[in-house]
Design a protein around this ligand. Sequence first.
Ligand code: NAD
Length: 315
Amino acid sequence: MKAIVTGAAGFIGSHLSAHLLEHGDEVVGIDCFTDYYDPRRKEANIAALRGYDNFTLHRLDLLTAPLTTLFESADVVYHLAGQPGVRGSWGEEFVPYVNRNVLATQRVLEAARDVSLWKVVYASSSSVYGNAETYPTTEDLRPQPVSPYGVTKLAAEHLCELYRVTAGVATVSLRFFTVYGPRQRPDMAFSRLVDAALSGKPFLLYGDGEQSRDFTYVGDLVTGLRQAALSPWTGVANIGGGSRTTMNEVIDIISRLAHPIDVVRLPVQRGDVRHTAADTSVARDGFGYTPHVLLEDGLAKMVDAARLVFAVDQV
Ligand SMILES: NC(=O)c1ccc[n+]([C@@H]2O[C@H](COP(=O)([O-])OP(=O)(O)OC[C@H]3O[C@@H](n4cnc5c(N)ncnc54)[C@H](O)[C@@H]3O)[C@@H](O)[C@H]2O)c1
């Protein structure tokens, strides 16, 4: 299997690339190393991949790169590149969200239409649901995003469905529910919590901590991505971790695994949803997705990995 991974240097893209390489797939990564967070972290993310003979990386922007040529010999495109982050998507900052999430996806789909790919797997988001009316949430609930980020992820998902139905591009859109694990993006809550626990710096908690999320371990997610790519199944499916936990509970677990955390409580932020919970039966029945990693175990892996980085930084 020859796979293109867009966003290969990012948090999820680097884990996915490693997973594919471990399974013997050839991986062609595409990433333009945006400065949404320190690009040196992205260099570090892909450092381990450079040891594989069947890994190549192209530093290209999906908005301008000649994608058809790159896609010609591929079997699958995992389209993970994008502009993440709910809170920063308001106001003037909306422009990169439209460019990197909507326009870039349209270019990927146009190129996919020109060649004969087995599958395009798109990284959608639970943010498309907004404040869902029912939990666990099923895919047939009407999406009502409450952030500009969620609107762009939904627009790109609609593009995937449009090209699937009208142009015969075999797309799968997977709605990821908050993904965590080693190398998680530095703006995400778990990453900031682990950093606070190890450094003693305060952790800024938005809201009362009773907001809950369906947290998905990155190892479970990348297994599901490959399963979705290999199967003949197409369409839209949730990918969750199988348990719903509040931020206050997560703070307790990380405090136990590392050190007590100094929590500074701040008002809830615009665009943050109160709860998320995934019904994953479509993914289970469609391509065999089953999450295995319990939150406490996944957090322990994250803390262990961060400890190593922290120790190196202290030297
Ligand atoms: N992390 C989560 O919990 C989560 C949840 C739902 C959906 N997602 C989606 O999953 C995907 C990956 O998320 P992540 O957390 O790994 O983010 P990330 O920022 O770590 O990775 C995204 C990568 O895409 C690259 N990129 C952005 N625009 C590009 C372009 N035009 N051309 C080439 N490269 C480009 C960036 O440089 C970055 O390395 C995103 O599409 C995100 O919206 C993530």
